[in-house]
Design a binder for this molecule. Structure first.
Ligand code: BTN
Length: 266
């Protein structure tokens, strides 16, 4: 697998030396967190065929069976204030849409903030995790992304069967996983290049891809549920919502809320 990923990487991919492949690992994000503490450089990346403890947002697990998906994390060391990186998950989602489109011809939609969706089914998720140094600057930012490539409906556990999907289900054919992994790495390197200089352009593309905009949504924060309409994406990648109960228009940041369509997952 690693040989095929390396062969598919563009010539100008800048982080080849820091690429590591695992047949099985607990979690590529957890691994890179440990590597960050050991001083691993910007651009270090980990890809796994399978994860035994794949993690998602809000403390959820992420199903990561062997032979079915791409589970990939990249370590960045931006050394900037954390508020300058608020748009990182949006930028990563755009990069993953680019990678899927380049590989398959199909451009997923984005369910704010971090789910890639095709035909009302989640095909990928993104988990970004930051650590600060003693000066309060971002010591590391890890972008972890898992894309379902080959699963069929019966491969998902019953509780996910109505909402989870894969590229193979959407396309009706198999997907070249090494090629997709290479395109994901290349897209993340391009994203990193433009992370600060290309923020406005990235956000305007994100707005076009974001299927949450214009929808009636429910926002779940712990036990609190509020309903509203998703109006726009703010300058930091936050969701601008008009709340139904008060009529107030306010930004919501992705840290602690889960968003669902009022009548289903999207
Ligand atoms: C989500 O959907 O809530 C985010 C899922 C993120 C999964 C990826 S797979 C690679 C990396 N390693 C992990 O443990 N999680 C991320």
């Amino acid at each position: 697998m690693l040989d095929r990923i390396l062969a598919a990487l563009p010539r100008d991919y800048p982080w080849q030396a820091g690429l590591q492949y695992f047949d099985s690992i607990d979690s590529t994000n957890t691994y890179l967190k440990k590597q960050a503490a050991l001083g691993a450089p910007h651009g270090t990346a980990a890809i796994a065929d399978c994860q035994t403890l794949g993690r998602g947002r809000l403390g959820r697990s992420f199903q990561s069976p062997s032979g079915c998906g791409i589970y990939l994390s990249v370590l960045l060391r931006p050394n900037c204030p954390p508020q300058d990186l608020m748009h990182l998950t949006c930028a990563a989602a755009e990069a993953m849409c680019d990678a899927v489109e380049t590989t398959t011809g199909l451009r997923p939609g984005i369910k704010w903030t971090n789910d890639l969706v095709v035909g009302n089914r989640k095909i990928a998720g993104i988990l970004t995790e930051n650590g600060l140094n003693a000066q309060g600057l971002v010591d590391y930012a890890i972008i972890g992304t898992g894309i379902n490539c080959c699963q069929q409906p019966e491969d998902f556990p019953p509780e996910l069967r109505s909402t989870a999907g894969s590229l193979a289900m959407a396309l009706g054919r198999s997907v070249d996983r090494p090629e997709l992994a290479a395109q994901m790495l290349a897209a993340l390197a391009r994203m990193d290049d433009a992370l600060f200089t290309g923020k406005e352009r990235m956000l305007s593309r994100y707005r076009q891809d974001c299927i949450t905009l214009g929808k009636e949504i429910s926002l779940v924060r712990g036990t609190e549920i509020r309903h509203g309409t998703a109006l726009d994406i703010g300058p930091q990648g936050d969701l601008i919502v008009r709340f139904r109960d008060t009529g107030e228009v306010a930004p919501v940041s992705s840290g602690e809320v889960s968003v669902r369509g009022l009548y289903g997952y999207v």
